[in-house]
Design a protein around this ligand. Structure first.
Ligand code: DOR
Ligand code: ZN
Length: 423
């Protein structure tokens, strides 16, 4: 089976490539990159006028399968991924049951392999039942295919437990992914603490609820010498803590979400529950700090925290609405917007959603090197499109971007050389 992707502008940050090239795919792998490859018997896909990048990688997704399929499942979630140009994703373990045992890990991997439209890399729990009491069997889960560990959705409250988790995960080279939140400081808040929360009469969540836990986890990573990845950093303080830790040589990486670098807590006005997530949307000062962190390399990856919820879980008063928004299908245009706004170069932007998350998770994806699996995204960076609930592939429609015009989208998504999405 041969496929030739012809005449696109190939962007492969891992190999510092930005050039008009053809890509020959043979049996699902990249066989050759060169300016003018003869088609021979290959199927030809024209990429003229398009960007050709490694299949995008989203390292923070809630697929909700098993158990919460009324929100999303592996089939619809990976379809949403493919439509967003994402070929690989890591899925968080807060399913029902949670992914703290091999049966769940194996179920996810086999269902995704048989029926999915993207590669799925499970994240295992740090603690059994995500209860923060006993460590999960991380070694066994890693063996079974988990690429990292997290109790995402909940913080690991107990410092000693976090220390042991870092020590164990470090022995088999998997990152601990921190959901950095001090619940005693959150104190039942529903949105960012600031002028908008005061105006709306909603209880606020102060930045220090995130900063304090980020600081603790960084210090534990420094103590143990093992890899800490901080999920969804949203505050100036957290960005600064990671920046300082990196200069000290601490093995810490972190990610930011498109909503945290695009929106402020202003989006909550009108009690918009599609602007409710955890961590909450913050101030313009925090947005500026997250953008600066992306620009200077403090933040290693852009990840969506794709968190589908049923309409009945969002169509309620703000304080009791569920946290989270869908993100897979708006990842690419919101990331490209940072290029348009001159925050990032195109190479940086693509690296943040391809080779960099791959490196964090230790997965062999995210580049277009010869011999690599041919996961490839063809992008029209200028195409304008309207975000419409009915057109989203995701089962849930909880996006604050519905009704907005986006610029840039995936035109074709190839998974191991096979088309899984075409616009
Ligand atoms: O907004 C969020 N939604 N934040 C989390 O930490 C969890 C997630 C979910 O699972 O819905
Ligand atoms: Zn999450």
């Amino acid at each position: 089976m041969k496929v030739l992707v012809k005449s696109g502008r190939v962007i492969d940050p891992a190999n510092a490539i930005d050039e008009k090239l053809d890509i020959l795919i043979v049996d699902g792998k990249i066989a050759e990159l060169a300016p003018n490859i003869g088609a021979g018997e290959a199927d030809v896909i024209s990429a003229a006028g398009m960007l050709v990048t490694p299949g995008l990688i989203d390292m923070h997704v809630h697929l909700r399968d098993p158990g919460l399929e009324y929100k999303e499942d592996i089939i619809t979630g990976t379809r949403a991924a493919a439509a967003g140009g994402v070929t690989s994703l890591a899925c968080m373990p807060n399913t029902s049951p949670v992914n703290d045992n091999l049966a769940v890990t194996r179920y996810i991997i086999s269902k995704a392999g048989e029926q999915g439209s993207a590669n799925v890399f499970p994240i295992g729990c740090i603690s059994k039942g995500m209860k923060g009491e006993i460590l999960a069997e991380m070694g066994e889960l890693k063996e079974g295919g988990c690429v990292g560990f997290s109790d995402d959705g909940l913080p690991v409250k107990d410092g000693e437990m976090m220390r042991r988790a870092l020590e164990y995960a470090g022995t088999f080279g998997a990152p601990i992914i921190s959901h950095a939140e001090d619940l005693s400081l959150v104190a039942g808040g529903a949105m960012n603490e600031g002028p908008v929360s005061t105006e709306l009469g909603l209880k606020g969540i102060p930045n220090v609820a995130e900063d304090a836990m980020t600081a603790r986890d960084i210090m534990l990573a420094e103590l143990t010498g093992t890899h800490l990845h901080v999920a969804h950093v949203s505050t100036r303080g957290s960005v600064e803590l990671v920046r300082q830790a990196k200069t000290r040589g601490v093995h810490v990486t972190c990610e930011a979400t498109p909503h945290h670098f695009t929106l402020t807590d202003d989006a909550v006005r009108g009690y918009n529950t599609n602007a409710k997530m955890n961590p909450p949307l913050r101030s313009q000062d925090d947005v500026d700090a997250v953008c600066a962190g992306l620009a200077d390399g403090t933040i290693d990856a852009i990840a969506t925290d794709h968190a589908p919820h049923h309409i009945d879980e969002k169509n309620v008063e703000f304080a009791i609405a569920m946290n989270g928004i869908v993100g897979l299908e708006t990842l690419l245009p919101l990331t490209l917007k940072l290029v348009g706004n001159k925050v990032l170069s195109l190479q940086q932007a693509i690296a943040l959603i391809s080779c960099q998350p791959a490196r964090i998770l230790g997965i062999d994806r995210g580049t277009l090197s010869v011999g690599a699996v041919a996961d490839i995204t063809l992008i029209n960076p200028n195409k304008e499109w309207l975000v419409e609930a009915e057109k989203l592939q995701s089962k849930s429609k909880n996006s604050p971007f519905i009704g907005q015009t986006m610029r840039g989208c995936a035109m074709k998504t190839l998974l191991a050389g096979k088309e899984v999405y075409s616009r």
